[in-house]
Ligand binder design. Structure first.
Ligand code: FA5
Length: 344
């Protein structure tokens, strides 16, 4: 019986060593150690032995059984590692393949336009001021020489929240707030960008919410020539050196004299086209010399100080500069519109 066991063990060792896959190894395990295998068969045959021989024989069979089980376990570790390595070598990643492109966002065209305007004026020594979008009637109108009931209030149809509070209709109240902060002392040199709101019907060139950039300079001896020179520089830096401006008399209650500023048409270079309605000029902003009443109400001596102010619509500037034909493109968040102005 001992010899039979030895032969069994030798055969098992040979078969275990020859296995190449975990499946083959499992088949060997079942063949030798399974319920129908030779070891079980030998154990069952022990009942035919005399009782005194059984313990010794049982111990010998168990030794062989454990040796075979131990060898199978060791082989299993080897085969598992082999299978993992084979799998890994098949799953190699080709790092030279181009990756999936990552979609990167960009600054909104209006943000870019405002930042470009800010950069230009900061380089001229201006600082950037801000004010609230929900504004008092006092700052939005009264302190700008527009008392209650003044007919010029109709120029800016407003969203009122209550009798004394509204969504600001322009960025000019930031002028007032800045002048008040200065306590009657010049110089003042600011620009103020921000959102404004009007009860205008939305169309290709009007929006009920839009952006303005206001400019204000107050000091001794500030003149209309300073205003014109500043706006000329702004236009040339923004639209190109060959652009010109034209000042037309206009009316704003907070400036005297007041002007509308036109830009020589960037589409036809002043010859006349559909966009400029054959005039060769496109209106871009309102401006003027700060009205003495506005200076006095804010605590400035209007005999000592003079100033100029201007207010431009950011969308109009961006539309002209980038050839946008419908203002609603800025606000409808169509990614196809936004993608056109991405920096590559
Ligand atoms: C004003 O708002 C004055 N506060 C500007 C000003 C400031 C004049 C300082 C003098 C001194 P106006 O209503 O014209 O002015 O608006 C200025 C600019 O805002 C216009 O030239 C135009 O570019 C833009 N704008 C006006 N209404 C709309 C609108 N509904 N949608 C888009 N842009 C508009």
């Amino acid at each position: 019986m001992k010899e039979k066991l030895e032969t069994l063990k030798t055969e098992a060792v040979a078969q275990i060593t020859a296995t190449e896959t975990l499946k083959e190894l499992n088949d060997v395990r079942v063949a030798y150690l399974g319920k129908k295998g030779p070891i079980t068969e030998i154990m069952q045959g022990m009942k035919n032995l005399p009782a005194e021989e059984r313990p010794q024989f049982g111990a010998i069979v168990n030794v062989v059984k454990n040796e075979i089980a131990q060898l199978i376990e060791e082989r299993q570790v080897v085969l598992e590692e082999k299978e993992v390595n084979e799998k890994l070598s098949k799953e190699q990643i080709d790092i030279t393949l181009p990756g999936a492109p990552i979609k990167i966002g960009s600054r909104h065209l209006l943000t870019k336009t405002v930042e470009d305007i800010e950069d230009l004026f900061i380089s001229l020594g201006y600082s950037v001021a801000e004010g609230p979008e929900v504004e008092s009637d006092h700052h939005n109108f009264e302190m700008l020489n527009l008392p209650k009931g003044h007919p010029a209030r109709d120029m800016q149809d407003s969203f009122y929240i209550n009798e004394d509070t509204l969504l600001r209709t322009h960025t000019s109240p930031v002028q007032v707030r800045t002048l008040l902060k200065h306590g009657g002392q010049g110089p003042v040199k600011i620009i103020c960008p921000g959102k404004v709101f009007r009860r205008d019907d939305d169309d290709a060139t009007h929006s009920h919410q839009f952006m303005q950039v206001e400019g204000l300079v107050v000091d001794e001896n500030v003149s209309m020539a300073d205003l014109k020179g500043t706006l000329e520089l702004f236009v040339k830096k923004t639209f190109g050196e060959s652009r010109e401006i034209r000042l037309r008399p206009s009316f704003f209650p907070f400036t005297e004299p007041s002007v509308e500023v036109d830009l020589s048409c960037i589409f036809c270079s002043g010859k006349g086209c559909g966009t400029c309605k054959q005039t060769g000029w496109i209106e871009i902003l309102g401006a003027g010399m700060v009205h003495p009443n506005v200076l006095e109400m804010a605590g400035f001596d209007s005999k000592k100080y003079t100033g100029f102010a201007f207010g431009m619509g950011v969308e109009r500037i961006a539309m002209l500069k980038y050839g946008v034909t419908d203002i609603r493109g800025f606000y409808t968040n169509d990614v196809r519109f936004l993608n056109q102005f991405k920096r590559n």
